[in-house]
Design a protein around this ligand. Structure first.
Ligand code: NAD
Ligand code: WQD
Length: 366
């Protein structure tokens, strides 16, 4: 018995694949669309290996409204969407802003239009902590609560905050229309999930992050150093006002993040709140040096690094205040940084070529 059906856009990507897994394990039917720009179809095999269920997969671009229409038509039972498909490289977004607006903003409009046509009324959106920009510009906003003013400082962040606004306006418009027609309109709901820094992989060692091309995030880069693909990690600045001089982030295990999507979707379905924004983070900040130490411990040896200049656009501290999600969703990040590091290393050792290789013949839960 399924509890509902969910279209997961970007579902072969890092966070999308783990969310698909969590949904299937919670007895949702999952349909995945992705254009495989930054992921591999092998993910579908791995999901099947872990769950015993194979989600239908469609190679569709998020800006292809007719393609999305076809998927909804073939699966008329879909009543929810979790929307991950996007471009996500902060640096690149400043170089090719139009492409970021096309995929992230126009793509979301195509999705919302297609949902409207097929009367799909619940959407969970992958937003980002990046919408807050530098929260240290305010007093008492670290750890960052949802009421911290939005103020992205890069194009990627602008696209995320634009989509938050578009979704909010669309849900409000549909609710207003329904009210005018004497109905409640309460079926129209959206969750804006602002994630902090996702980390880790599946404890089985067969699912993890597999960025195509050169990664730019700390943990995939550290993993490349550990596996010998990169000589050393460059630490971007040790002159921040933190305990060891390096910048502070809130690293959340991807399994906890995936569970956050599941509970947010359940909340929309049970409570019909309209539009709600929730931070998904741990509430604990870690410095870059602490991360190097934690990952080195998981690997069993010291990993080489070199301190260089600060990276442009980086901020001192992005730590979440997750108490709203704790309270309203009954959700709390449960896994530790050590879990994330051990799982990441297990995945890296097992799959040095990521998804571009067969899964290990036998896999054992850690
Ligand atoms: P990812 O790149 O692994 O996943 C995104 C997926 O979207 C990929 O599978 C990619 O192939 C797909 N995609 C890209 N362009 C597409 C298009 N035009 N049509 C269809 N599919 C397309 O990234 P992720 O880390 O899993 O991120 C998922 C979502 O979460 C994104 O929206 C991202 O902006 C957001 N997010 C990520 C982070 C992070 O640090 N990883 C933090 C906050 C928010
Ligand atoms: C983490 C820390 C770096 C690489 C980005 C986006 C954010 C969200 C998550 C999508 C920082 C330091 C990194 C390296 C380093 N993504 N670092 N050497 O910048 O916190 O957040 O990804 O929504 O929007 O901005 O993540 O992993 O790049 O960096 O010293 O080679 O590691 O300076 O302090 P970031 P990150």
């Amino acid at each position: 018995m399924t509890v509902g059906s969910v279209l997961v856009t970007g579902g072969t990507g890092y966070i999308g694949s783990f969310t698909a897994l969590a949904l299937i394990e919670a007895d949702y039917k999952v349909v995945i669309v992705d254009n495989l720009y930054n992921s591999s179809e092998e993910v579908i095999n791995r999901i099947e290996l872990i769950t015993g269920k194979r989600p239908p997969f469609y190679k569709v671009d998020i800006t292809d409204e007719a393609g999305l229409d076809k998927v909804f038509s073939e699966h008329p039972d879909i009543d929810n969407v979790i929307h991950f498909a996007a471009l996500k490289a902060v640096g690149e977004s400043g170089e090719i802003p139009l492409e970021y607006y096309r995929v992230n903003v126009y793509g979301s409009i195509c999705l919302l239009r297609s949902m409207e046509k097929h009367n799909v009324t619940n959407i969970v959106f992958s937003s980002s902590a990046t919408v807050y920009g530098d929260a240290t510009r305010f007093e008492n906003m670290i750890p960052i609560p949802e009421h911290c003013p939005i103020g992205p400082t890069n194009t990627y962040g602008h696209t995320k905050s634009a989509v938050e606004t578009i979704i909010t306006d669309q849900i409000q418009a549909k609710r207003n229309l329904a009210t005018k027609a004497g109905k409640s309109g309460e079926e129209w709901n959206a969750a804006l999930l602002r994630y902090f820094n996702p980390a880790g992989s599946h404890p089985s060692g067969i699912m993890g992050e597999d960025p195509q091309g050169v990664p730019y995030n700390l943990l995939p880069l550290l993993a490349q150093v550990a596996i010998g693909k990169r000589e050393k990690l460059l630490v971007f600045g040790d002159d921040y006002a933190s305990k060891d001089g390096t910048a502070i982030r809130d690293y959340i295990h991807v399994l906890d993040l995936a569970k956050g999507h599941l509970v947010a979707l359940n909340y929309l379905r049970d409570h019909h709140p309209g539009v709600r924004a929730w931070n998904l983070g741990t509430g604990r900040g870690s410095t870059v040096f602490e991360m190097i130490k934690a990952f080195s411990k998981a690997v069993g040896r010291d990993l080489p690094y070199q301190v260089v200049e600060r990276r442009q656009g980086d901020v001192l501290d992005l730590t979440a205040n997750p108490s709203l999600a704790n309270k309203e969703l009954g959700w709390k990040a449960e896994r530790t940084l050590e879990d994330a590091c051990e799982d990441l290393w297990h995945w890296t050792e097992n799959n040095p070529q990521g998804y571009r290789q067969d899964p290990p013949k036998e896999f054992v839960e850690r």
